[in-house]
Write a protein that binds this ligand. Structure first.
Ligand SMILES: Cc1cc2nc3c(=O)[nH]c(=O)nc-3n(C[C@H](O)[C@H](O)[C@H](O)COP(=O)(O)OP(=O)(O)OC[C@H]3O[C@@H](n4cnc5c(N)ncnc54)[C@H](O)[C@@H]3O)c2cc1C
Length: 385
């Protein structure tokens, strides 16, 4: 593994090294920047790309060195994510295994669990899915109803999950399930082999034509004792470790927004639609994007992922992205009715508009971010619960 990365403190120097590495890297056929989650068709090129990054020390940047990571600073991780977005490549095979499961196993896993699962994650051999959300538990994750009952040999799982990204390609799931009646202390975390009898996965088709989400049904799934992560009742504390990592992808989103803005301006100009009203909307968003860019830079230089700046950034970036996507209707006029999977320039703008809806939901909805900011940052009275 190369460590050429770590031998400079100069962030501009680091950025230029990463940029030239990515430019010169051979790209597998069919590789595209599919975002945090690959579709089934993205797995093969995504895995080959991931393995190339792993060979050169560019995966698991936030993991400790003893597990094959780079112990990299927040700024380093953010710059790498941004440069990948700029180069139009994914930064790893999928977000769940490396960003969520890895840190959980490193912190709470037994030596056997670490030895068994971490290396295949690092090398891109295993895809994982996050089995947290349920039809009745999303923002209110503590409302999880999927049950795990103790048996003589381990645990029996019954319930349903939804919005499970990449579950149709995953070897394992990180499952939050109820082992007791207490709201938080009654939750536990498990590892579920996705090919275990009783696990069925039903892909959901999204309005952008892709199928990244799934419903997952768990019917009398028998798990061994060693499927439990940590102690029974520790599930909530473990779930909290997984939250916040996606904040690092905000910079990636910012790069994508600048590219999208450029394409919107061009498409409007080509159609003779760049009138005063549309120009004003585009300019307002452009100014907001620069404000976010600088706030983002300050936040990553601060290096504290728990800083309130990230909550503001999450809220504002998601809403700016959505608003920018929405301009597709004004830019394209009636051409907005194009099939989003058509692969044309117009179709890409329409897809950006449709995908933009997800940004204000994933990783905590805008309403929840506002609650967090109001209660924890501004110290306003708590909402009635
Ligand atoms: C792209 C994407 C990928 C995802 N991947 C996964 C995954 O891999 N695994 C997984 O488990 N989940 C995943 N999710 C699910 C995601 O975590 C949930 O969608 C999210 O937590 C919101 O939950 P919900 O959809 O149940 O909406 P709800 O919680 O039902 O919310 C519905 C509406 O009510 C509002 N609301 C809820 N509570 C409050 C409140 N207290 N105050 C004010 N307003 C409120 C919300 O803001 C929202 O507008 C993904 C979602 C997206 C969009």
């Amino acid at each position: 593994m190369t460590t050429a990365l770590a031998d400079t403190e100069d962030l501009d120097e680091l950025r230029s090294r990463i940029r030239s590495f990515l430019q010169n890297a051979p790209k597998p056929d069919g590789l595209r920047n599919y975002g945090p989650t690959p579709t089934a068709d993205d797995i093969e090129p995504g895995r080959a790309w991931h393995k190339y990054l792993a060979e050169h020390g560019y995966v698991c940047l936030h993991w400790p060195k003893e597990y094959g990571g780079a112990d990299a600073s927040v700024a380093f991780q953010a710059i790498f994510a941004e440069e990948c977005a700029r180069a139009g490549v994914p930064r790893q095979l999928g977000i769940t295994a490396i960003d969520l499961v890895g840190p959980v196993l490193i912190k709470f896993g037994t030596p056997e669990q670490k030895a068994r699962y971490l290396d295949p994650i690092r090398l891109g051999d295993h895809v994982w899915t996050q089995l947290f959300s349920e039809p009745g538990a999303g923002s209110d994750l503590a409302g999880v109803r999927t049950r795990a009952e103790k048996t003589d040999t381990g645990w029996r799982i019954n319930g349903q999950k939804v919005w499970s990204s990449a579950a149709n390609s995953a070897q394992y799931g990180l499952l939050l399930a109820r082992t007791g009646p207490e709201q938080h202390a009654g939750l536990s975390m498990f590892i579920v082999p996705m090919d275990a009898p009783g696990v069925s996965v039903r892909p959901l088709k999204q309005m952008d034509g892709e199928s990244k989400f799934n419903e997952v049904f768990l019917d009398n799934v028998e798990l061994a004792d060693d499927a439990l992560i940590g102690e029974p009742g520790q599930g909530w504390a473990i779930a909290l470790v997984t939250l916040g990592r996606e904040r690092l992808t905000l910079g990636t989103q910012a790069v994508a927004m600048f590219k999208l803005h450029e394409r919107m301006v061009q498409a409007a100009r080509d159609r003779g639609r760049l009138d005063a009203t549309l120009s004003r909307s585009l300019t307002r968003l452009w100014a907001r994007m620069w404000l976010l860019r600088y706030t983002w830079q300050r936040a990553i230089e601060g290096g504290d992922l728990t800083s309130p700046a990230f909550s503001v950034l999450k809220l504002m970036t998601s809403e700016t992205d959505r608003d920018l996507g929405d301009l597709a209707t004004e830019v394209l006029g009636t051409d907005v009715c194009v099939d989003p999977t058509a692969g044309t320039d117009d179709a890409d703008l329409v897809r950006a508009m449709l995908v933009g809806r997800a940004q204000t939901i994933l990783g905590g909805t805008s309403e929840i971010q506002r609650n967090i900011l109001g209660e924890r940052v501004l110290g306003l009275p708590k909402e009635p619960r």
